[in-house]
Design a protein around this ligand. Structure first.
Ligand code: T4K
Length: 373
């Protein structure tokens, strides 16, 4: 079966947007009270609503996930070297460079594709101050093993949780682990505010500090205590977030159905394996990554081209590895033999379309195309 040429492309993701008329009352309120930004009423409401929804106590909204990552490193005064994964979106390592920190790449686990705790210890030097793991695709990292290494070596942990909205392990938010966790609310994410992000903080004091940092370092009208930045979320984006939150459970439920359908339909396709999330985690099905191995009749890239020829816009998240980009590839930790598992994953991965409006018929058509090579 084919996605006929006159049909619209099927993207890897598509934002889930509530009916436009539901947004009008929010806009009217903004127009009435003329508070557009700087911690207005919708900003405050969204922070409270997200804390409740996610089951966390303190959350600071941001303009986007990248600025939230950059600010989280400032907030904990991280310097020197930080151990991180090469298998992520480039913003993870860029946030380190923007702080003058040297990223040290460690290899990933072949099953979860998250930072492999057994590779962290060997990467620690006297300059190491923190670990920045990523809950890649929303699949939880081995949080206990990472915490025990951090405790042993007195290191901070900042989780890049950009993909992990609403993910839980052992019945509670994945965001409770580490010193800080950072979310992205970009248009392509499970929960979006067009652009947006957040830092989840363990206590009110840390949130206060982060709130100052995201507002140029202002504590009051005349006092600036830190070289802060402008990371504030606008009222427009915060209002969108409040509206999206009303529909999020429905969106997550549909994502889980699609995930289950893909797994069922793909289970007998030779040379294709579905990446598994953590054992007893509540998943958000943010992405649907498959690994295309040697037993598949054609290469991963040939499959990628053939799906795209059908307007099925699959993506190779995450290829190339971050460590292969020009600003990183000279680092000792970026060398080939240090990252064998990540290299294989980057060569084999293909993210299939997943978003709430994707129909069962479209999922079947995509799998049929994969099975028919
Ligand atoms: N850490 C991690 C682990 C991340 O994955 C990300 C971002 C960050 C940090 C940084 O967070 P933010 O600063 O972005 O909040 C996309 C996103 O731009 C990026 O947010 C995301 N990760 C990354 C994994 O994916 P691209 O370059 O692949 O996006 P793009 O524009 O090609 O969009 C993909 C598809 O989505 C399009 O083919 C169509 C669809 N789409 C996209 C947009 C923007 C829509 O349907 N509507 C839209 O508005 O990076």
């Amino acid at each position: 079966m084919e996605n006929s040429p006159d049909k619209k492309p099927i993207y890897v993701t598509q934002p889930h947007l509530p009916p436009l008329e539901e947004f009008i009352p929010y806009l009217e309120q903004i127009w009435d009270n003329k508070i557009l930004t700087n911690g207005g009423p919708f900003h405050q409401q969204l922070e409270a609503a997200l804390c409740e929804y996610l089951g966390v106590e303190h959350l600071a909204l941001f303009t986007n996930g990248t600025l939230a990552l950059v600010t989280s490193l400032q907030a904990l005064r991280i310097t020197g070297e930080v151990i991180t994964t090469p298998y992520s979106f480039v913003a993870t390592a860029h946030s380190l460079l923007w702080n003058g920190i040297k990223p040290v790449f460690a290899d990933i686990d072949p099953h979860t594709l998250n930072l492999d705790p057994s590779r962290i210890e060997a990467a620690i030097t006297p300059q190491t101050t923190a670990i920045m793991p990523v809950h890649c695709y929303g699949h939880p990292c081995d949080v206990e093993a990472i915490q025990s290494i951090a405790d042993r070596y007195n290191l901070k942990i900042i989780y890049d949780a950009a993909h992990a909205f609403a993910v839980k392990d052992r019945g509670a938010s994945i965001m409770r682990h580490g010193d800080l966790s950072v979310l992205s609310f970009h248009a392509t994410k499970v929960f979006n505010t067009f652009e947006g992000g957040a830092i989840i903080c363990p206590d009110a004091k840390t949130k206060n500090h982060i709130d100052h940092l995201k507002n140029f370092g202002f504590v009051d009208e005349t006092t600036v205590t830190a070289p802060g930045i402008n990371g504030k979320m606008s009222e427009f984006n915060a209002a969108l977030g409040l509206l999206q939150l009303k529909h999020i459970d429905q969106a997550l439920a549909r994502r889980r159905e699609i995930d289950a359908l893909y797994r069922e339909l793909l289970k007998d396709v030779k040379g294709v394996s579905c990446v598994q999330g953590g054992g007893n985690a509540v998943a958000n099905c943010a992405y649907f990554p498959i690994l295309v191995n040697e037993a598949y009749p054609v290469s991963r890239d040939a499959l990628y081209e053939s799906l795209r020829a059908q307007k099925i816009m699959v993506r190779r998240y995450f290829y190339p590895l971050i460590s292969d980009f020009p600003m990183y590839r000279g680092l000792p930790s970026a060398q080939k033999d240090n990252l064998p598992v990540a290299r294989v994953a980057a060569q084999q991965v293909l993210c299939l379309p997943i978003y709430p409006e994707l129909s069962d018929a479209q999922v079947s058509m995509i799998v049929e195309h994969i099975a028919s090579q």
